[in-house]
Design a protein around this ligand. Structure first.
Ligand code: AMP
Length: 307
């Protein structure tokens, strides 16, 4: 079985959408990535940090999904990273109201020995120097290093971000962040500029409008499944990244054709994530539901045209 090493924030999230609000529920990039990846036959571990205030029940949830949490440091007397977001009526845009790094501000990641040879490394959203440190601790070059990031790190640690981007294979980034990173409005030009920074593959996420996978001069497009109800988009990007990297860790095939499948798996899982607040939907998601929706995905884009 392939191994997937995940690094990313583990957080308390407070979320407000037009449909309701929550106070301090399980959030952060790494749990969303881990829960999505647990849909595949891949061994996975999370490297992260939390405070003493972090409920054991959340850690138990991750363990119950087969995720190795020995790389999650618990700081005595420390406070867990806290993020608060407010979504606008269209759910495509949000304001970050609070980002309290707390223990994440001074995090020195330690990769568990058993994962130093992981085939796939998923560098989820957190400080780029932490992402870099994880790469440096790997015993051998992983078959694939995937990086996700956000505008917060472009604003606060751009040099370190550009440095880690030089060492990765795939970047997953949303459309606005791709524009911010490159100064290009056209996403095709933005992807080309990102190629010159290091990655071979550029995945640009466009929320309810799907995702684009760029490779050399080719582009593959995966739609997002049109859903009747979107409740809370928080974590959709991380769930996408978890589905993408989990599938690749399970199949160990890093070809462009297989990356296309990975984009579809990522989009499919993200379509579940947004149906409930936070990780609620992903916690109890059955593989049979996932497979059923994959068929819907296929029929959404399949057509028979004579050329
Ligand atoms: P997404 O909706 O995929 O962009 O991810 C939302 C998740 O990212 C939330 O669960 C937050 O806890 C987490 N998050 C927000 N800001 C940051 C940040 N600056 N660093 C790390 N994680 C963050």
């Amino acid at each position: 079985m392939g191994k997937l090493l995940i690094v990313g924030s583990v957080a308390f999230d407070a979320i407000e959408t037009p449909f309701g609000k929550t106070d301090k529920i399980l959030g952060g990039a790494a749990p969303f990535i881990g829960l999505a990846a647990s849909q595949f036959d891949v061994k996975s571990a999370i490297v992260s940090i939390v405070g003493e205030d972090f409920p054991q029940e959340y850690l138990d949830l991750l363990t119950s999904k087969g995720i190795d949490i020995s790389g999650i440091e618990i700081v005595k007397g420390g406070k867990t990273f806290y993020w608060k977001g407010l979504y606008h009526n269209d759910l495509n845009t949000r304001d970050t109201l609070v980002t309290e790094l707390n223990v994440l501000g001074d995090f020195k990641p330690v990769v568990p020995d058993d994962y130093k040879n992981a085939e796939v490394v998923m560098l989820g959203n957190l400080h780029p120097s932490v992402q870099m440190s994880v790469i440096e601790q790997m015993e051998k070059r992983p078959s694939l290093i995937v990086l996700d990031t956000m505008n917060f790190w472009m604003d606060n640690a751009l040099d370190e971000l550009l440095d880690v981007i030089k060492h990765i294979d795939v970047i997953t980034i949303n459309d606005e962040e791709a524009r911010q990173l490159t100064g290009e409005y056209s996403l095709v030009k933005a992807a080309k500029k990102i190629f010159t920074m290091g990655p071979k593959y550029v995945v640009i996420k466009k929320g309810e409008h799907g995702a684009l996978l760029h490779f050399e001069d080719q582009i593959f497009y995966a739609p997002a499944l049109p859903l009747e109800e979107v409740f809370d988009p928080t974590g959709a990007g991380d769930t996408f990244a978890g589905g993408f990297s989990g599938y690749l860790g399970a199949t160990k095939n890093m070809s462009f054709n297989n990356l296309k499948n990975a984009v579809i798996h990522g989009s499919n899982l993200a379509s579940f994530c947004v149906e409930r607040f936070g990780t609620e939907r992903m916690k109890n998601l059955e593989r049979s539901e996932v497979n059923k929706r994959l068929h819907q995905f296929k029929s959404l884009t399949q057509f028979d045209i004579k050329l």
